[in-house]
Design a protein. Structure first.
Lengths: 966, 230
């Protein structure tokens, strides 16, 4: 039963024909479609939604606008849901957060009795001694002070992102936002209007107007008539970054909006007053009661007291009285008699007004978790009131302390806000370029002023974009709000519990104590006291904090200043940041074949490569079999991931000479040469093979891991050298297949090719082009694994066909594919270095025995001078091959240290069990005096076991290089 | 002889593609329902045009060499021009061109250009193997702009990116060339990128298309629409 519902027209957002059943704390409730969780519960007389962060005091929503920690609740699969912003859904199960044993009887509320042991900054002072005790305390503190629970068995939802563009983004769809969007739209600009609520209109949809002159309908009509104005509702702008990059969340999508100009019409935030027990459920803002009445048809209470510092409180009192709530008193804390049309009307209607009074303390209803009455006393000075006064029973306390400009987004963009004179309320002082503001955030106190500001802002933005000379920041520093909030309603109480920050349970005394301890800079104060660090990020506490600080320091809020605003402006689900990330993946043309053939795939940069073929439990055997097949018969490996660059043009040779270390001047067409690349510091950065395909045409390969970085590096060189050459990255345009083993030539001959393959016609290091399996291919007679081998480069679109043809033709020779793991063993047996595995960010060629690849007679190549200097300095380490004589010893892993007399002299870079040599072999950096063949080295292997190894001559396998030259 | 295959051959076949020869090209003709694919193309369709011819040329002599062979490049970079035979000539820079073969029928322009590549080399118009190096998809229909907004940061609305525009940008974090050449009043965005990432790009696009009820379509549907707009 919803006992507190009002008849229509109250309740513009609810559909009374669609009841919605849901649960809160295990009890069933009914609301209507369109209700928020909090409005539906309020309609059922439930105001307490959660327990507070530190002291576990009962809390509810203050503003009913989705701003505070007090309205955070837990859903089954989602923590920290704003109960006053999330719509109810059928069957929804809602739980209070931060309780031990339930909302009604929260055992953790006993903490309040120990409050004096939890002073400001207590966690900086306690729990740190004896050493290590923090680890124990941390678990307890996190459990006690936590917010919601993350359900780790939750099935992830689909979140994504989208881009949008516009001339003008208008943030906020209230009166000012609508008028600004309409003004820009009328100028023919492409406008995006972003509104946080599900409907346009803002305050006009719930506020009390002097007269209903159809302002809202007129604005909505104007917007609808303008096709160039796009409207996003239920969309929240959470960030305003450089160049008007706006982050806007809507449902499960993060919109990334680029606007040429932005008009902020973000309105204001109703502020709490500060007095004892100002945190009780049932203490709400004037705007909240108006929302409850007009949006949700909820009668907010039976008997209300209104505490006001302006005319808004009287408007709320009139609204309450008209909707069946007995208004016991309007307590006006201003020293002067009330003025303003609403106050006059309230007086005329006979409402009881207590001018010059405040609420000294609120008292809890002994039967319920909400306010039950107030003590109203006379204001005796700035922040002071009499101890004795009148006790008034009520179940609703309405606060109209004042409205702060919602300037967080503007401040992110660089706008400055600052209170004027002795006022506590910040005013817009200046705007960044291509930004404007209108409405409450720009200081407007009436709809008329807001509309005028908005029209002006729209025209200024249009002029700004057209480049005309109009003042683009027309609305900066033009407040028209009165200064009624100059004395902010902050009333410290001897017994405390006057909360400055409801999110974090920070009281006036804690602020004063922090100041007394020397944390008197506003940023330090924030971090030490945690004021402003909760979900509302200071929106409801910054003014009071500045006021308390100003009073304590006998200065003004303007002098106290404000903390930095950072995105996101409001609590944002992680899914919105993380959702639908894009991670490109590269597949070789044979990818599908490998998967079908039970390859275990591994990543290599963005590429997917077969590690080995077979089941994971057969890994070692599979790798060994693949190795032995290559050594004894023939295997083939997909090396399409190797980089491939076409270097063409009259200066192609000159380019290679400068970029790579060897000399290519004597390289003939049809031949290949090892191509080593170093950077300007002489560090080895990549290697490959350069094949000369024509007089000024080279095809250069690069390592899988290095290709992506190498191409821009080569282009960078060319940008500097301006040679007559073209460099094209053709990595993906060609597949590459390395067929290796003593039967490799037989397989190619069986398959059929117009390339002469005899050792004389196609010797080691030859480069040929021709047809293989009917496909035009490039064929390089090179090998990485130390056997007779050919690297075949067909066009990518035909590579699978060539691969399959090779498999078919090789069947009679025992061919099988091999993966990266087997290749690593094979090349290790042959003593070949893998750049980035066996080299690091300091390795120069002489350390890894690649001095032979340096063109010593060349006058220049990148890194030449550095390498010469490094060589003159002498080597500090060398990469050597080692073998472990004890076949029962632990096989070292890559990264294990080489040690001598307790000192580290190097590390292992490659390690494997060689099935051919039947022993553990590897490559390791050692001290130069350990590098001689036969030297004993000690490797500290897994578990700290010391493995004795011996420096071996490289290559381990086929030292005469007879097999690859077959 | 090994026939060229699309880099997403496995993916389209798994999705039920009928692969056959249509108007001289072996490609996905349809996914079993050509009529529905015509309607889908108007709404949001994704076609794999990778089996169609395309070739690139770059170098100081490229523009002149192509002009001598009847290819009229746009006057400035990042623009595309439809040629009389239906092929599309794209200026990627002052010295680089990409020629996409005509949607209908076996192409002769690209074949002719490739056959003369050695000649081009002599005048510093270097051929670039775009057929093998780049996938080529077409995203069609009324929702194409909204769909691309989920993958690409460039404003693809017609007011900012009219017919003939070219963007060399990031598509789902993949380097891509996006070209707008509509079929009549139906928006068509040609998408080209690294062929090794074709499966990734195809899957990313289909994922982004879901909310618009988009689907893959075959060449038969696009040819029907092309005829309609002739």
């Amino acid at each position: 039963m919803m006992r507190e519902r009002l008849p229509p027209p109250a309740g513009s957002r609810i559909d009374r024909s669609r009841p919605v059943r849901f649960e809160f704390e295990g009890r069933a409730y009914t609301g209507y479609a369109g209700d928020t969780i909090a409005s539906a519960l309020a309609a059922n007389g439930v105001w307490c939604l959660s327990r507070s962060f530190k002291l576990h005091r009962p809390r509810g929503s203050f503003g009913f606008a989705g701003d505070e920690a007090g309205s955070l609740v837990q859903l089954d699969t989602e923590p920290n849901v704003q109960a006053d912003a999330r719509a109810i859904e059928p069957g929804m199960r809602v739980h209070a957060q931060n309780t031990v044993g339930g909302l009604e009887k929260d055992w953790a509320s006993l903490l309040e009795r120990f409050e004096r042991f939890l002073p400001v900054g207590f966690y900086y002072k306690a729990f740190h001694k004896p050493r290590g005790v923090w680890n124990w305390w941390e678990k307890i503190i996190r459990r006690t002070a936590g917010l919601g629970r993350v359900d780790q068995s939750w099935t992830p939802e689909y979140f994504d992102k989208a881009y949008a563009h516009c001339d003008i983004a208008v943030i906020g769809g209230g009166a000012a936002g609508l008028a600004a969007a309409a003004a820009c739209g009328a100028e023919g600009l492409d406008v995006l209007l972003v509104e946080r609520e599900p409907e346009l209109g803002g305050w006009l949809t719930y506020g009390r107007m002097d007269s209903d002159d159809g302002v809202l309908d007129d604005l909505r009509r104007r917007i609808q008539a303008l096709p160039s104005v796009r409207v996003m509702t239920s969309a929240t702008c959470t960030g305003w970054f450089a160049d008007n990059w706006l982050a806007v969340t809507q449902g499960n999508r993060l919109h990334k909006i680029r606007a040429n100009a932005v008009i902020a019409c973000t309105g204001g935030t109703s502020q709490p007053a500060v007095f004892r027990n100002n945190d009780l459920p049932g203490i709400v803002s004037a705007a909240a009661v108006q929302r409850l009445i007009r949006h949700y048809g909820v009668r907010p209470g039976l008997r209300a007291v209104v505490l006001t510092a302006g005319d808004e409180g009287y408007a709320a009192a009139l609204d309450l009285a008209e909707h069946g709530t007995d208004v016991a008193a309007v307590v006006d804390c201003r020293p002067d008699p009330p003025t303003g049309p609403m106050a006059a009307e309230a007086e005329a209607r006979g409402h009881r007004i207590l001018p010059g009074h405040t609420v000294r303390e609120a008292r809890r209803d002994p039967q319920r978790l909400q306010v039950g009455g107030v003590l109203a006393t006379r204001v005796t000075g700035r922040g002071a009131c009499a101890a004795d006064g009148e006790t008034i029973d009520c179940d609703l306390l309405v606060i109209a302390a004042g409205v702060a400009p919602a300037g967080g987004l503007l401040a992110q963009a660089g706008a400055k806000f600052r209170p004027i004179g002795r006022s506590a309320v910040p005013r817009l002082e200046s705007l960044p370029a291509h930004a404007n503001a209108a409405g409450v955030v720009a200081g407007a106190a009436t709809v008329e002023v807001a509309l005028a500001q908005a029209e002006q802002a729209g025209l200024a933005a249009a002029a700004d974009l057209s480049g005309s000379a109009a003042d683009a920041s027309a609305n900066s520093a033009r407040p028209d709000a009165d200064e009624s909030s100059a004395t902010w309603p902050v009333f410290p109480h001897p017994d405390g519990h006057e909360f400055v920050d409801l999110d974090e349970d920070v009281t006036v005394r804690e602020i004063e104590d922090a100041l007394a301890e020397g944390y008197d800079d506003i940023e330090l104060l924030k971090r030490y006291s945690t004021v402003g660090m909760g979900p509302s990020q200071g929106r409801l506490s910054a003014i009071a904090t500045a006021a308390v600080t100003a009073a304590a320091r006998d200065t003004t809020s303007a002098e106290v200043g404000a903390t930095t605003n950072r995105p996101p402006a409001v609590p944002t689900r992680f899914g919105l940041f993380a959702g639908r990330g894009f991670q490109p993946v590269r597949h070789t043309p044979m990818h599908g074949w490998h998967v079908e053939a039970s390859a275990q795939m591994m990543t290599a940069g963005l590429w997917m490569r077969p590690a080995y073929y077979g089941r994971p439990d057969e890994r070692a055997d599979a790798i060994a079999d693949e190795v032995l097949t290559v050594r004894r018969a023939v295997g083939l490996i997909d090396v399409s991931t190797l980089g491939g660059f076409e270097i063409r043009g009259p200066d192609a040779l000159e380019f290679l000479e400068r970029a790579y270390t060897p000399s290519f001047r004597r390289l003939r067409v049809g031949r290949t040469r090892y191509a080593l690349l170093t950077d300007e510091q002489g560090v080895v950065v990549d290697d490959g093979v350069a094949a000369k395909l024509g007089p000024d045409h080279y095809y250069v390969t690069a390592s899988t891991s290095g290709a992506e970085q190498l191409y821009p590096l080569l282009l960078w060189y060319q940008a500097q050298w301006q040679l007559d050459v073209d460099i094209a990255d053709v990595t993906s345009a060609y597949g590459a297949i390395n067929i290796a083993g003593p039967r490799a030539r037989h397989v190619l001959e069986t398959l059929g090719t117009d390339i002469a393959l005899s050792p004389e016609a196609c010797p080691y290091l030859a480069a040929r082009t021709g047809k293989l399996a009917g496909v035009d291919v490039r064929l390089l007679r090179i090998g990485f694994v130390g056997e007779l081998g050919y690297e075949i480069h067909p066009p990518a679109s035909q590579s699978l066909g060539v691969w399959e043809a090779l498999i078919d033709a090789g069947r009679e020779y025992g061919i099988r594919p091999f993966g990266v793991e087997a290749q690593r063993v094979l090349r290790l047996e042959k003593g070949h270095v893998i750049v980035t595995q066996d080299t690091d960010g300091l390795t120069h060629p002489h350390e890894v025995d690649l001095g032979w690849a340096l063109g010593r007679r060349k006058s220049f190549f990148v890194g030449k001078r550095s390498i010469e200097v490094l060589r003159e300095k002498g080597l500090s380490r060398r990469l050597v091959g080692y073998a472990v004589p004890d076949r029962r010893a632990t096989v070292p892993d890559e990264g294990h240290l080489v040690v001598r007399d307790g000192e580290i002299t190097g590390r292992v870079t490659s390690s494997a069990w060689s099935p051919v040599l039947d022993q553990a072999i590897g490559l390791a950096y050692v001290a130069p005096d350990q590098a001689a063949v036969g030297s004993a080295i000690t490797i500290k292997a897994a578990g700290g076991r010391l493995v004795e190894a011996e420096v071996a001559r490289l290559p381990f396998y086929d030292p005469e290089n007879l097999r690859q030259a077959m | 002889m090994t026939e060229p295959r699309s880099p997403i051959d496995d993916a389209v076949r798994a999705a039920g593609a009928v692969v056959g020869e249509h108007a001289g090209v072996t490609a996905v003709t349809d996914y079993g329902d050509p009529e529905a694919e015509i309607a889908a193309s108007r709404r949001l369709g994704l076609a794999d045009l990778s089996p169609l011819a395309r070739v690139g040329f770059r170098g100081p002599g490229a523009r002149e060499w192509l002009a001598a062979r009847g290819v009229e490049l746009p006057d400035e970079p990042n623009r595309a021009r439809v040629q009389p035979d239906g092929s599309i000539a794209i200026a990627r820079s002052w010295t680089e061109a990409l020629v996409l073969g005509a949607l209908r029928g076996a192409d002769s322009v690209c074949d002719r250009l490739e056959a003369g590549a050695a000649d081009g080399h002599r005048v510093r118009a270097y051929s670039l193997p775009r057929f093998d190096g780049m996938f080529w998809f077409a995203l069609t229909g009324a929702s194409a702009v909204d769909c691309l907004a989920k993958l690409c940061g460039v404003d693809m609305r017609e007011s900012a990116f009219p017919v003939g525009s070219v963007a060399q940008t990031s598509l789902a974090r993949l380097n891509a060339v996006i070209v707008r050449v509509d079929l009549g009043d139906m928006p068509v965005f040609h998408l080209l990128g690294d062929s090794a990432s074709a499966e990734y790009a195809w899957a990313s696009l289909l994922d982004a298309m879901q909310e618009f009820d988009g689907r893959p379509v075959g060449l038969r549907a696009l040819h029907a629409l092309a005829r309609e707009f002739e």
